[in-house]
Design a protein around this ligand. Structure first.
Ligand code: SAH
Length: 372
């Protein structure tokens, strides 16, 4: 049996319950499937086993190199200065993982000690386990830290928001251009009735803004994330009212038409998205155009997306890497250079990952997004 066949047969408690539910009530949307597979309070991936880092299921930029969080720290300090150095402001991180990014940000922000004294750090985190990791890693910092279930808990006042690999966890729906027009792709049962499989809705979707079917080839897939658009709207409204910026970094595309990007990852390898839900991480590419639209409609400016590589270079990647490498032995220097290359090179994370900034209109253009 191949690894893929074995994976397809693997069971999980959440998978068994979803199979029973679909038997009783019919197929569910991919958005509902993702929300359960990631967020189920007991068996969802983020409550049961979020495993970030080399020993886990997937690695993220702050886990690869401290330079990532330090340059974002510089970006945040500069944004705070451009906001007039408010004596108190909200520093919000969405989905802080193991707290590595925030810890690097706060260390780098020591270049302006007023920054961390003024910051009320709010960590929006669904996973109890990861909250625990964050608390341990950030215990030593002097900044005031609190946790929240959602951005809506953010208090009024000037606000800076960061989100690295957060929007890719938010549920998406998929629509397929079939011979007879648009149909939603759903999660149903396979031929045996004992496993999950994709299926198409029998009737056209209602009230969903999709391109004219005449303009799209049969078989094309479009993804829509209502959760991303409504979160982007909420953040934009907050920034418009209270002043501030949000920096969103994720892998994704700048327009529609990228097809099916739903993917699962387990132990650093791709995993069939419908196998053993709750045991694998599940994500989709971020639609930066949709986030930008939601932001503009709610009264803030949008800058980018810039590729992660270009953004980091403009924030001073080369200089920071040289400074870190100085004084290290050859092995240490090689490690620092390899980490930076992985973050910024086009063939690795540098071009598929992108940075987008939402910024209230009274602020100047943000650093890192200057056109070359
Ligand atoms: N930013 C971190 C972790 C990325 S993984 C890093 O770069 O390393 C995604 C993070 O978002 C995890 O912390 C996960 O628990 C959290 N998360 C995912 N969906 C969430 C939701 N709906 N609400 C709150 N946190 C969520």
């Amino acid at each position: 049996m191949t690894d893929a066949e074995k994976a397809a047969l693997e069971k999980s408690p959440l998978g068994d319950r979803l199979i029973a539910l679909i038997k009783a009530r019919g197929p569910i949307t991919i958005a509902d499937y993702m929300a359960d597979a990631l967020g189920h309070p007991h068996d969802g991936y983020y409550s049961a086993r979020p495993a970030i880092g080399a020993a886990g299921d997937f690695t993220t930029a702050p886990e690869i190199s401290q330079v990532f969080g330090e340059l974002i720290g510089v970006w945040l300090v500069q944004s705070w200065l451009e906001m007039g150095s408010p004596s108190s402001f909200n520093l919000v991180e969405l989905g802080p993982g193991r707290g590595v990014l925030m810890s690097d940000v706060l260390r780098a922000s020591a270049i302006r000690p007023g920054f961390s004294n003024a910051a009320s750090v709010m960590l929006v985190e669904a996973s109890g386990r990861l909250r625990h990791d964050q608390e341990r890693r950030l215990r030593a910092t002097s900044a005031h830290i609190s946790w929240a279930d959602s951005f809506s808990e953010c208090a009024g006042g000037p606000t800076l928001v960061i989100a690295n690999e957060f929007f890719d966890c938010l549920p998406i729906r998929q629509f397929v251009r079939s011979e007879s027009g648009w149909r939603e792709r759903l999660v149903g049962l396979d031929d045996t009735g004992e496993g999950l499989a994709f299926t198409l809705a029998a009737t056209p979707p209602e009230a969903t803004p999709l391109p004219d079917k005449k303009d799209v080839a049969v078989g094309s897939v479009i993804e829509i994330s209502d959760a991303s658009a409504s979160l982007a709207s909420e953040i934009a409204q907050h920034l418009q009212k209270h002043t501030g910026r949000a920096l969103i970094i994720d892998y994704g595309h700048a327009g529609h038409g990228s097809g099916d990007t739903l993917q699962a990852v387990r132990n650093h390898a791709f995993w069939p998205p419908l196998s053993a839900p709750g045991l694998a991480d599940l994500t989709a590419h971020v639609d930066f155009a949709a986030i930008s639209r939601a932001a503009v409609e709610n009264g803030v400016g949008v800058h980018g997306p810039a590729t992660q590589g270009a953004f980091l270079q403009r924030m001073g990647l080369t200089m920071r890497v040289e400074a870190l490498a100085a004084g290290k032995n050859a092995e240490g220097q090689a490690e620092i250079h390899a980490g930076a290359l992985r973050l910024a090179s086009e063939r690795q994370m540098g071009s598929v990952f992108k940075a987008l900034c939402l910024s209230s209109h009274e602020l100047p253009p943000p650093p890192g997004f200057e056109t070359p």
